[in-house]
Design a protein around this ligand. Sequence first.
Ligand code: NAD
Length: 377
Amino acid sequence: MRKKIYWIEGDGIGPEIWRAARPVIDAALAKESDLRLDWQELLAGEKAVAETGSPLPEASLDALRGADIAMKGPLGTPVGTGIRSLNVALRQGLDLYACIRPVRHFEGLETPVKHPERVDMVIFRENTEDVYAGVEFAAGTPEARKLIAFLRDELGVTKVGEAAAVGIKPMTEAGSKRLVRRALRYALDNGRESLTLVHKGNIMKFTEGAFRQWGYDVAAQEFGDRTCTEKEPAPGRLVVKDRIADAMFQEALLRPEQYQVLATPNLNGDYISDALAAQVGGLGLAPGVNMSDSLAFFEATHGTAPTIAGQDKANPGSVILCGALLMEHLGLPRAAERIRAAVGKAIAAKSVTVDLAAQVSGARVVGCAEFGDIIGA
Ligand code: NAD
């Protein structure tokens, strides 16, 4: 049996981490299943500019619109193309509204948390709204001045200074609820104990506060017989709770075992996913998937790491662990576990890439290609 999967190589360290990662993913699949992946490359980023003149060719977007699975390496932000960020363009163009990042510790990696073995969280970050919607106007531009005049003259808001830059933070009921709905389904299907809504509703009452309320609403209205709240606990049910984002950072460090699934608006989610990745080995070991209702788009969550690109120093772990998420998505948990176990074994053997070396006592530093070979062995 064969299954088509689109892939985008990515910029910077993209080519080298792919070369190291793909054989590991294919080999794990071959050992656990008859399924084989037909990798079909799509162009984006610098390679696409070189071949087509555009950093995000319409042909790539079209193929992805009809796809159910795809994977990508990191993409740089193209300068002078009018595109703010290729990743944001992909997320919005394909309506990849949920960014899902699991955070789990590998034994042998020193971390800033006392009990890393207790860290086992999955973050669901809303991916298309909030300040990332890109509605932002530079200070002094006619658009910013017009908005400021509208606020002052029509709405009586006088505290926005004439010379201010202005950004808008749109958050909708539908957008918030579909993210929380997906997180609730995941938590229930995977027997997790709690789901936490992470928000800044104490300050931004009508955006983040509404996210919190919509989250509780969707839990009560659509999953009421399987969920409960912290105030009214019910045995055997998923506890839905909420935390203010700044307090959540502290909680994640001090009491990680009390949190299993986090659902959060875009900006909080961006911060917290990188911070939690740092608890368990850093960005080089942080896989993720962006999902629409039809497409699961797996991605290395770090950037192009330009200062180490082309030097065989990058950690391919993030893409390799994306392979584990892909296997789970394809209903192949044994292949997923095989990949995770292989990464764990490589770390335990203490031959690791330079980014991990400071966290593994007595480490021998190896290059990207060798680390891939060790994981795949
Ligand atoms: P970055 O993630 O590229 O780098 C941050 C730090 O982590 C650097 O020290 C880098 O060397 C290190 N690092 C990252 N990945 C690593 C890996 N696999 N192995 C070892 N070390 C690794 O972030 P940045 O420098 O802010 O961004 C560089 C470019 O990447 C920018 O153009 C940015 O827009 C883009 N970016 C893309 C994505 C994405 O495609 N999802 C995400 C973030 C940033």
